[in-house]
Design a protein around this ligand. Sequence first.
Ligand code: UDP
Ligand code: MG
Length: 347
Amino acid sequence: MTQQDIRPPARTAAPVRPARPEPRPGRRPLISYVLPVYNEQDGIAAFHTALTAALAERPELDYELVYVNDGSSDGSLALLRELAADDGHVRVVDFARNFGHQIAITAGLDIAVGDAVIVMDTDLQDPPRISLELVDAWREGAEIVHARRRSRQDTAFKRATAHLYYRVLRSCAEVDIPLDTGDFRLLDRRVADELRRYRERSRFVRGIVASMGFRQTEVAFDRDERFAGETKYPLRKMARLAIDGVTSFSTVPLRMITRLGFLVLLLSLAGIGYALAMKFFRPDITVSGWTMLMVVVLFLGGTQMLFLGVLGSYIGRIYGEVQARPLYLVREVIGSRADEREGPGGV
Ligand code: UDP
Ligand code: MG
């Protein structure tokens, strides 16, 4: 008998969710903070102090601070190492290079172990006090708590483009993405576990979370000014995130090609009709060869545009498949498994 034969058969039915130890009775709820850091050396100490001070007002909560250093090229990592050495609540993930804010959040969610996970910026634009309001909403039963910006202190350009963008996104996205919310939010452990199953590369985390369902609520807040340094989202990165947002949750751009294809085909048929009419009714002013040329060019142009739309709709499906998002998310399965039942009738 070979080694292969004596192995037990592989289990095919994967559990819906990895089993998690039940929280010990009387244990304080553990809140994980996921904190992306990219070149924040001038503000990180102030941020840590402010967050720790806010948390000190809530001794009923246990917490861990997961800082993700997203390839900072300044002294941020050295400062984070000091924080970790001085404060047992701190864990630091150090990226090999700059992978971007959305990936940094994802890595933080992968290693956070809390009963609830809060994602927030480390430039003090998301006020630490507000994170406690998110916790309160969670303790009242919400599973996802979005922090919504009532006002913000950014440049007029950033405010105007962001305002417009959230509205355009909402009008074309297939999921209900809340207005004026960035990545500052709280996720219940259950939601964080499910979010980890989404492994798409071009990620727009706030859209994915909004699409997940569960009990969602929001807390409004006034967004402060950046404490130090300048935005780490220059126009280039902002545009990329904006495009990721639209293309991850909408096929409107693809559908536009199909519509345009129909329109161009109709126009080209009209053009062909015109060219033929000119040939038959006004042969005196029609240059020889012009009709054939017009018919061929217009027909090819129109059909090509339409077929691009057809190709686009298949590409849209392929895109949906390669994103490999979970087909469904389960909050709970009620009742025990037949093979684990105890007592008479059980196995
Ligand atoms: N950030 C990051 N990687 C990046 C860009 C930004 O981890 O490539 C972090 C940054 O340190 C901050 C958060 O993401 O904690 C939000 O960035 P920023 O404040 O620059 O964005 P803004 O508030 O201007 O939109
Ligand atoms: Mg900021």
